[in-house]
Ligand binder design. Structure first.
Ligand code: 3PG
Ligand code: MG
Length: 373
């Protein structure tokens, strides 16, 4: 894989695909690890005398977090251009000087982004750009123009964030990896069910239990509403849970306080917010034995005071484990910040959710494939 070390960027125009996609809280973009890490690649290219055009996305069309990149530009301390392939972008690119950086607007504003090929988005940059740098490992599972089409028309290489992710993933012994699968998006986890041992946490753990006949009571209605279509994955779980260890107790909220129930005490009317202490101990024993560990997503709702306990205990056990550890997903990154466990205690902290999971499941990532051709 070619990297930033492979080329001389002095006075060259670089099209940098970054992943700046972050949580948006009441219209405000949260300063994420993604934004912080991307700025390192940008600074390096600046130092090397490049003229830098950053292309990125935020949210998906129709979503609440589908907004412009104006705030991201402010956080990166670079100039924002309210345009992707129009006159304003054209002028801004023509005026770039050595070391200048501009961030174009949300590339997902263009329908061409979703139809890769030599489309208007690609044609716009032909003749304007010398190099394409892909620094968005976390988007490499998407067959989108800014990921798979540019490498066909420009000399390409990996940015530092992508390079770091790929190098770290090569270190993990996938055959002996223990998967701790939680988070808010349970459907993707199915891809990892099979040979390896799995500790099921978060919504995923609850769905595994329901599929085995456990009745949670009123909470199931809440879960159904919260997960929408993903609630239906339960049917696909049957027969696949041979290597999956599920929680044996849960924490619910009663009058604002944490209270733990063992599985036998359900159904109940209360909402589940976390795994319980017995589950934590059970899982910690598995973590101690593991040769390699991948943690995806929190075990419970870390935005609720007192309910990040399970997630933090899991992270603490993983931080002490002998095996190489890989931590993935945006929300788990936030939980890690709450836990105050030093980041160096882990083998690698990934900025990716879906892309990482697919990589571990042995799928080829279209973005990496495109660059290797
Ligand atoms: C992510 O947040 O996982 C990446 O930015 C990719 O976003 P997407 O899932 O909307 O394609
Ligand atoms: Mg995501």
């Amino acid at each position: 894989m070619k990297t930033i070390d492979s080329f001389n960027f002095k006075n060259k125009v670089v099209l940098l695909r970054a992943d700046l996609n972050s949580d948006v809280c009441r219209g405000k973009v949260v300063l994420s690890e993604r934004i912080k890490e991307s700025s390192e690649t940008i600074s390096e290219l600046k130092r090397k005398g490049a003229k830098i055009i950053i292309l990125a996305h935020q949210g998906r069309p129709g979503g609440k977090d589908f907004i412009s990149l104006k705030q991201h530009a402010k956080q990166l301390k670079v100039k924002f251009v309210e345009d992707v392939i129009g006159k304003k972008a054209e002028d801004a690119i023509a005026n770039l000087k050595k070391g200048d950086v501009i961030l174009l607007d949300n590339v997902r504003r263009l329908k061409e982004e979703f139809k890769p090929g030599k489309n208007a988005l690609v044609k716009f940059f032909i003749g304007k750009v010398d190099f394409y740098v892909n620094d968005a490992f976390s988007v490499c599972h998407r067959k989108q123009t800014s990921i798979v089409s540019f490498p066909k028309y420009f000399k390409s290489c990996a940015g530092r964030v992508l390079e770091k992710e790929v190098k770290a993933l090569k270190k993990i012994n996938l055959k002996k990896c223990l998967y701790i699968l939680g988070g808010a998006k349970p459907a993707d986890n199915i891809k990892l069910l099979g040979k390896n041992k799995v500790l099921a946490t978060g919504f995923f753990g609850q769905l595994c239990l329901i599929s085995q006949g456990i009745k949670f009571g009123g909470y199931e209605k809440f879960l159904k509403k919260r997960l929408g279509k993903e609630f239906g994955i339960m049917k696909k779980l049957r027969g696949k849970l041979g290597n999956v260890l599920t929680p044996i107790d849960y924490a619910v909220k009663i009058n604002g306080k944490r209270k733990e129930f063992s599985l036998g005490e359900f159904p109940s009317k209360y909402v589940i917010y976390d795994i319980g202490e017995k589950t934590m101990s059970l899982f910690e024993e598995e973590i101690k034995k593991a040769k390699a560990i991948y943690v995806k997503g929190p075990s419970g709702d870390c935005t609720e005071k007192g309910f990040c306990k399970g997630t933090i205990e899991i992270l603490r056990a993983v931080s002490k484990a002998k095996g190489f550890s890989l931590i993935g997903g945006g929300h788990l990154n936030d939980a890690l910040n709450i836990s105050k466990i030093p980041r160096e205690k882990f083998g690698h902290i990934s900025l990716s959710g879906g892309a990482l999971l697919r990589y571990l499941a042995g799928e080829k990532l279209p973005g990496l494939e495109a660059m290797s051709k």
